[in-house]
Design a protein around this ligand. Sequence first.
Ligand code: COA
Length: 256
Amino acid sequence: MSDLIVRSVADGVMTVRINRPEKKNALTVAMYDGLSQAIAAAEGDDAVRVLLLTGTDGVFSAGNDIMDFLQWPPFDESSPVVQFLMNLTQARKPIVAAVQGPAVGIGTTMLLHCDLVYAGAGTRFQLPFVNLGLVPEAGSSVILPAGFGYQRAAELLMLGEPFDAQTAQAAGFVTAIYPDDEVSAVAAAVAGQLAAKPPQAVRLTKALLKRATAPAVSEAIQVESGHFAALLQSPEAEEAFTAFMERRKPDFSRFV
Ligand code: COA
């Protein structure tokens, strides 16, 4: 277990904390592996009935580490990020998430696969894939239009502007909103409540809830990943990543 992904088990709940606050919990390859290992450990441990996913105080995750994007382009089925998405979407046990502060890119899209998502009132979600010369991932290109309607999903995914917890709730992927300093405790209490329920009934209910959409989501993840992998190597994405690292505005005017 790495100290960037910290996990602990108590009273039927495995708490998994993304723990890289100095980089706004941006996710590296090793951290995706850590998240996958945590999900696998939760799935394989009879003492765990619920997984509780959190960030650190005031930040959930700034999404994929942009240096990793620059240095480590492969994004095929064996890549840690795609493996993480597969583990997340195929988890049988329920996942509760507590979110506050920035939740960017995969910091937003991983929530689409959690069962109960509690957001702090000040959470800032963002899907900036297009701004980075990339495309949506984690099945967001099918889940968001289904939950939110095409045009509102297009607004979030094409303009890539930050949006608030109310918008995320309207989009269907936030269960409830609480003050930022209460949201972690609320999510932990709900996780405990869920862990006390009959586990087989909970797991089957989750499977039934996901049954109709799972094949389309899985297919979308594969198709998205193909485009994502290709675009990671594109000049547009290179300009976006370099601009982020150089703390300047990207200039896409030369691209056709
Ligand atoms: N990858 C790598 N480093 C990141 C990062 C990311 N996704 N997000 C933040 N960081 C780093 C910053 O480079 C900075 O590092 P430094 O202190 O060594 O310079 C540190 O985390 C703090 O980030 P900063 O931008 O100063 O914090 P902020 O509070 O002003 O803004 C965010 C927070 C999340 C809004 C902003 O960092 C951001 O937009 N990050 C990029 C998000 C993104 O595009 N992710 C990819 C999605 S596909």
